[in-house]
Design a binder for this molecule. Structure first.
Ligand code: NAP
Length: 268
């Protein structure tokens, strides 16, 4: 997708994107860097972070890779400290890191439940809280969390993720009100289906005979009114809009970016 924003839209701004080494997070980081922002990408695995950081540097802005586990509050705090120490400030936090897999609720282990809820919901909370002082100092801070739409109706075998993302939506509304006086705008984006490597693994149904729908463009044409799967750039463009001065009077909202997929309910 060619950018629709002016190239220097986010010059002078500093963004931290959790899970920024892969999939949607990488696409968001790419959009932000292409618009002039300095970008930190944070996740657990250097193998995800380093190649992405190298690729992002071609935009000419400063890019750092920060090894972080969002499930650990200390790790989130250290990540923000590194960003402000090395990039001088923090204006935008994108809470994108998440984990997911199909699992029947009857046999979902406590550890599996904890792993997803701690990554998606606790991680969003820990990173937001760690970023708060720097976002307040920014004067135009932004938190944008990546949610989902599956909890609007319910999604069998995704109790952990749907519960966690419902929590992310609630947290978004509460932080929006609580931090508005500090000039911080807090919103979420709920993407529709975007065939990243992560989602292809998570949504491989337990039934081996089930079709690989992500490999089927015709399936997307039939079931998504927008006529195609989403791309990480679709989400990046929405993040850019909310991060820009155009987002100054927008807070506490959850933006569904899905080509109408949720509304259509997968009907063919
Ligand atoms: P993905 O590539 O698997 O992204 C997940 C990222 O989170 C990875 O970069 C991973 O990096 C990071 N991560 C996982 N656990 C972490 C932890 N404890 N600490 C720090 N980082 C951690 O999948 P994706 O499809 O791009 O998903 C990105 C976001 O979009 C998620 O919030 C997901 O729920 C949401 N979403 C996706 C879709 C879709 O269709 N793709 C639809 C709706 C919502 P490491 O392994 O290096 O830690």
């Amino acid at each position: 997708m060619s950018g629709v924003f002016r190239p220097e839209l986010l010059a002078g701004r500093v963004a931290l994107v959790t899970g920024g080494g892969t999939g949607i997070g990488r696409g968001v980081a790419e959009t932000l860097a292409s618009l002039g922002a300095d970008v930190a990408i944070a996740s657990r695995k250097p193998a995800h972070l380093e190649p992405a950081a190298d690729a992002l540097r071609r935009h000419g802005t400063r890019v750092i890779a920060v090894e972080t586990n969002v499930r650990e509050p200390e790790s989130a705090r250290r990540a923000v400290e590194r960003v402000t120490a090395e990039l001088g400030r923090l204006d935008l936090l994108v809470n994108n890191a998440a984990g997911n897999f199909y699992a029947p609720t009857a046999t979902l282990s406590p550890n599996a439940w904890r792993a997803v809820v701690e990554t998606d919901l606790y991680g969003t909370f820990f990173c937001s809280q760690a970023a708060y002082p720097a976002l307040r100092a920014s004067g135009a801070g932004r938190v944008i969390s990546i949610s989902m739409t599956l909890h609007y109706r319910g999604w069998p075998q995704m109790a952990h993720a749907t519960a966690a993302k419902a929590g992310v939506d609630a947290l978004t509304r509460t932080l929006a009100l609580e931090w508005a006086p500090d000039g911080i705008r807090v919103n979420a984006i709920a993407p529709g289906p975007i065939p990243t490597e992560g989602v292809k693994q998570a949504f491989t149904p337990p039934d081996a005979a089930a079709p690989d729908v992500f490999g089927m463009e015709s399936y997307a044409r039939r079931t998504i009114p927008g006529g195609r799967w989403g791309t990480p750039e679709d989400i990046g463009q929405m993040v850019a809009y909310l991060a820009s001065p155009a987002g100054d009077w927008i807070t506490g909202q959850i933006f569904v970016v899905d080509g109408g997929a949720w509304l259509a309910g997968g009907r063919e």
